[in-house]
Write a protein that binds this ligand. Structure first.
Ligand SMILES: *[C@@H]1O[C@H](CO)[C@@H](O)[C@H](O)[C@H]1NC(C)=O
Ligand SMILES: *[C@@H]1O[C@H](CO)[C@@H](O)[C@H](O)[C@H]1NC(C)=O
Ligand SMILES: *[C@@H]1O[C@H](CO)[C@@H](O)[C@H](O)[C@H]1NC(C)=O
Ligand SMILES: *[C@@H]1O[C@H](CO)[C@@H](O)[C@H](O)[C@H]1NC(C)=O
Ligand SMILES: *[C@@H]1O[C@H](CO)[C@@H](O)[C@H](O)[C@H]1NC(C)=O
Ligand SMILES: *[C@@H]1O[C@H](CO)[C@@H](O)[C@H](O)[C@H]1NC(C)=O
Ligand SMILES: *[C@@H]1O[C@H](CO)[C@@H](O)[C@H](O)[C@H]1NC(C)=O
Ligand SMILES: *[C@@H]1O[C@H](CO)[C@@H](O)[C@H](O)[C@H]1NC(C)=O
Length: 829
């Protein structure tokens, strides 16, 4: 009896010691004082982390039956003695701020397997359900008819990294990672490495696999893990070298077979009899056997497994093949912070839509990844983890086997509107190959590592490689950016090193870059969301919430010199080194307090305009000037209004409603703090953003015919989708913003919600609205910030058609849109 108790106490103190050392003694003593030993904190082996999930049907993403993962098994909780305090603990564990209720009697359906906990009694403040009192793990007199559920408040704990990732069920103790070691000398130089001896990280070293019984299906799995969609046949004879005599002979100095044979003498084959079905996402998920130690001869007659993979077109050097093997144009990833990740979107009838996450799994996710030229899926994500899409949800219950060429070939169900909403949009994270692109380009002749003439590595006809210069003619910023991107792509630790210093958490701080061997800060002049976004991406910290240009309030005990200035990024770069900056530091205010900083976040907002509402609500109003004094004061009329004969006459206004949705993962909040909001007496509210949207009317050649109207709004939640509560309102100097899942409606009859078209002649135009045009506030996706409509104006009436957000159409449909009949000749058809 003594031993288990000690172990329990050890586990207990380890778990508690991590986060609340001061309370350890209290907890233990109060425990001892409790007379009834029946209910006690559930002991927990310290190696295992409890996982919690919400399941069942029907339900929203923030409610469901509670299931706990313990000892390799999912199980439920019995509703006996359940309380809101229990629900609070569970909701926080799931990443929600609190619970709004709980359910009993298997409201979300009966679970299966174990009933892990019963008579759970939390006091509400516990970090995890395992610290609450209960009858103990697996000790229950309930049936699944009594499964408990929770309803969580639909508000995420800021920065909470979600657990709604579908795992590969990989036994990490078995195999951690794999690599290809090229045997042929030439292959060593080419990246990505697509062919070589397969080596598996095993315990402390790398082991090889015996190729007896090795199948192409195993190769498929390995290629997927390495970021490649397909495998290639290995020319075995090329590697074959069985005779020891031959290996020792001096005739074929460097034949691959010989090298392989010699190598094999040094290595142990730890693994054999691998039997993948081909749809696994990790080698560890395949049946395989380990050899006994010291058995070097276990691969009699065989050789080390050699694997050859076919990279996706975007990672291929041979451009001829590239064209032939174009990646799918029916599927895309949106809203991800990194290469090879994002919300899955599919194209149907020239319009993009999303995939619902019911039954979403790694096999289906892998089909998407391979289709896009990546490897298998590293993670399948549910619950709009990469933000919600707009427009239709096309597929539900996608159930790929894993061998399909396209997600469209997998069995799925059509979506009826009740089935699925965008809060269930599926997403993926794919395995991508290591490219090492930064090694194929170099800068020479500059004064620092970060400037100079661009040299590229090119191959002669006979295969020898050499460095060469590029013609300077027509070399513009765009080309320079590509060169720069190549120098740092995807590898935060190579190229320009950066780090965050002095912040309150890992997610914020002054930005420091490494120049040579010393670290220094970056000048904050011109430092914006775009630059900050690149920093966060490069550091793997997600999105940038804020670009900070004054960092005096952070710890400044170890500040370094300022070494960079004039940063200018497009926002899409994979590393800061890809952005422009001054060649020599030139900062107006060079003191450390003006160093550039960021606050990063795993989530960001994403604003989108409801295009169909714009189309439905458009009309013309001739508004008398005497009703427009306020509008004139706020600059909502075109310039010619100044010359009008006030207050006589009128202005012709193009009016429509704007409904701006936040479909991202974080609230949209104005960048400026309350103290700098501007009171607009005319309209009786504060404007929190100087320029929130641009409204423009464009001619066929893209020039503006109606002066761009820069609207500043007061941001609030006009309404929200079901289950989300409003939080922002303009009235009474309220907090301004747009909650995730809510929208801000600017009705057509609100002052300034128009384009002044008094000077516009009849004809066909394109109407364009751009939200957050200056990237003032971070969003996970800026490509959907523009909305365009075809516009027909006959001098009296106006029509909008084909209204759509910037990324909703296929390329073909977008081209048609730009050149619709009558667009170029300006005839009204
Ligand atoms: C394995 O080899 C080592 C030395 O090579 C030897 O000391 C050890 O006894 C061997 N173990 C077995 C089980 O044969
Ligand atoms: C889904 O709808 C399309 C028409 O939009 C139809 O052709 C197809 O058969 C439907 N698929 C299923 C599985 O119901
Ligand atoms: C072939 O390579 C050699 C160096 O190995 C080089 O000197 C020669 O110019 C190359 N020939 C061609 C045609 O590129
Ligand atoms: C540079 O651009 C001009 C105009 O686009 C073109 O005529 C010229 O051929 C280009 N020069 C080179 C070297 O590509
Ligand atoms: C920081 O930005 C604010 C507003 O964008 C500006 O008013 C301020 O002068 C900037 N500070 C520095 C040091 O550039
Ligand atoms: C400053 O640097 C010293 C030496 O690297 C280090 O020991 C100390 O912790 C640093 N202080 C802070 C506040 O980071
Ligand atoms: C957009 O507006 C239309 C028309 O009023 C409406 O039916 C639709 O529900 C709106 N879309 C969203 C996502 O709210
Ligand atoms: C675009 O078209 C307008 C008339 O619609 C014309 O005044 C303007 O010069 C054109 N601009 C260009 C660059 O062709």
């Amino acid at each position: 009896m003594e031993q288990p108790r000690n172990r329990r106490q050890l586990a207990f103190s380890l778990v508690f010691g991590l986060w609340l050392p001061c309370c350890l003694t209290q907890t233990l003593s109060s425990n001892a004082a409790t007379a009834t030993p029946k209910l006690s904190p559930s002991p927990q082996p310290q190696t295992e982390r409890i996982r919690v999930r919400l399941v069942g049907f029907p339900r929203k993403h923030n409610e469901g039956r509670i299931e706990l993962f313990y000892r390799g098994e999912w199980g439920t909780i019995c509703d006996d003695d359940f309380s809101i305090a229990n629900a609070n603990v569970l909701c926080r564990q799931l990443g929600f701020v609190s619970a709004t209720g709980w359910t009993h009697s298997a409201k979300y359906g009966k679970g299966q397997g174990k009933i892990w906990l019963d008579n759970v009694l939390c006091n509400g403040g516990e970090k995890s359900i395992e610290f609450c009192k209960s009858r103990g793990w697996g000790n229950s007199d309930c049936t699944h008819d009594e499964d408990a559920g929770v309803v969580c408040k639909d508000e995420r704990i800021p920065g909470f990294v979600e657990s709604n990732v579908i795992d590969a069920h990989v036994d990490e103790n078995k195999i951690e990672e794999v690599r290809l070691r090229p045997v042929v000398a030439a292959a060593k130089k080419k990246l990505p490495i697509t062919e070589g001896v397969l080596e598996v990280k095993y315990k402390d070293g790398w082991a090889q696999i015996c190729d007896l019984g090795w199948t192409v299906k195993n190769t498929h799995v390995v290629c997927g893990m390495l970021g490649f969609p397909h495998e290639r046949k290995v020319i075995k004879s090329f590697y074959k070298q069985t005779s020891k005599a031959k290996a020792n002979s001096k005739s074929k100095q460097s034949s691959p077979g010989k090298r392989l044979y010699l190598e094999r003498q040094k290595k142990y084959f730890h693994i054999h009899s691998v039997a993948c079905t081909g749809t696994e996402v990790h080698l560890a998920a395949c049946p395989l056997e380990f050899s006994k130690p010291n058995t070097t001869s276990s691969c009699e007659g065989g050789m080390p497994v050699v694997v050859s993979c076919m990279p996706g077109p975007q990672f291929m050097q041979n451009s001829g093949l590239k064209k032939k093997l174009k990646t799918s144009s029916n599927v895309r990833l949106k809203g991800g912070a990194r290469l090879g990740e994002g919300r899955v979107e599919v194209l149907k009838d020239n319009k993009w839509g999303t995939v619902c996450d019911d039954r979403w799994d790694l096999q289906s996710a892998s089909v998407v990844c391979r289709e896009l030229g990546f490897g298998s899926a590293k993670e399948a994500l549910t619950g709009a983890r990469m933000g919600q899409g707009m427009g239709p949800v096309y597929m539900n219950e996608v159930k790929c086997v894993g061998e399909e060429k396209s997600i469209w070939n997998c069995p799925y169900k059509n979506v009826t509107s009740e089935d699925c909403q965008h809060m269930e949009d599926a997403a993926v994270r794919c395995n991508v190959p290591y490219m090492g692109l930064e090694n194929m380009i170099q800068l020479t002749g500059g004064r620092t590592r970060y400037e100079g003439r661009v040299e590229v590595l090119s191959s002669d006809s006979n295969g020898t490689q050499r460095w060469g210069l590029i013609c300077g003619e027509n070399w513009s910023t765009k080309e320079a950016m590509v060169a720069c991107r190549q120098l740092g792509l995807g590898y935060a630790n190579q190229g320009l090193q950066i780090r965050l210093v002095g912040g309150r958490s890992n997610y914020e701080g002054r930005v420091e870059v490494q120049v040579g061997s010393r670290w220094g800060t970056v000048c904050s002049t011109g430092w914006t969301t775009k630059e900050a976004m690149v920093v966060c991406r490069q550091l793997g910290l997600g999105y940038s919430m804020h670009a900070i240009n004054e960092t005096w309030y952070w710890d400044s005990s170890n500040v370094t010199e300022m070494v960079m200035s004039g940063m200018k990024c497009t926002g899409n770069e994979m590393a800061l080194s890809q952005c422009q900056h001054h060649k020599t530091v030139s900062c107006q205010r060079a003191a450390a307090r003006f160093a550039a900083g960021v606050i990063c976040s795993e989530t960001a907002s994403d604003l989108v305009l409801n295009a169909s509402l714009v189309e439905q609500t458009v009309y013309i109003e001739d508004r008398p000037l005497h009703m427009l004094y306020c509008a004139a004061e706020e600059d909502c009329l075109s310039k010619s209004a100044a010359k009008a004969n006030w207050p006589y006459g009128h202005r012709r206004l193009l009016r429509f409603s704007s409904q701006i949705h936040n479909i991202g993962r974080a609230d949209f909040k104005p960048k400026a703090g309350r103290h700098s909001w501007v009171w607009h007496a005319c309209h009786g509210h504060y404007h929190s953003m100087d320029i929130f949207t641009h409204y423009d009317l464009l001619s066929a050649n893209g020039s503006k015919v109606a002066e761009g109207h820069k609207a500043s709004f007061c941001l609030e939640d006009t309404d929200c989708q079901e289950g989300v509560s409003k939080r922002y309102e303009c009235a009474n100097f309220g907090d301004q913003g747009i909650t995730v899942g809510c929208w801000d409606l600017y009705r057509h009859d609100i002052d300034c919600q128009w384009i002044d078209i008094t000077d516009v002649r009849p004809g066909n135009y394109i109407m364009q609205v751009v939200i957050n045009p200056n990237y003032e506030v971070a969003e996970s996706d800026f490509t959907n910030n523009a909305m365009k409509c075809n516009c027909k104006y006959d001098g009296h009436r106006i029509w909008f058609h084909n209204c759509h957000i910037g990324d909703a159409f296929s390329e073909e449909a977008e081209r048609k849109f730009e050149k619709y009949p009558g667009q170029l000749n300006n005839q009204i058809s």
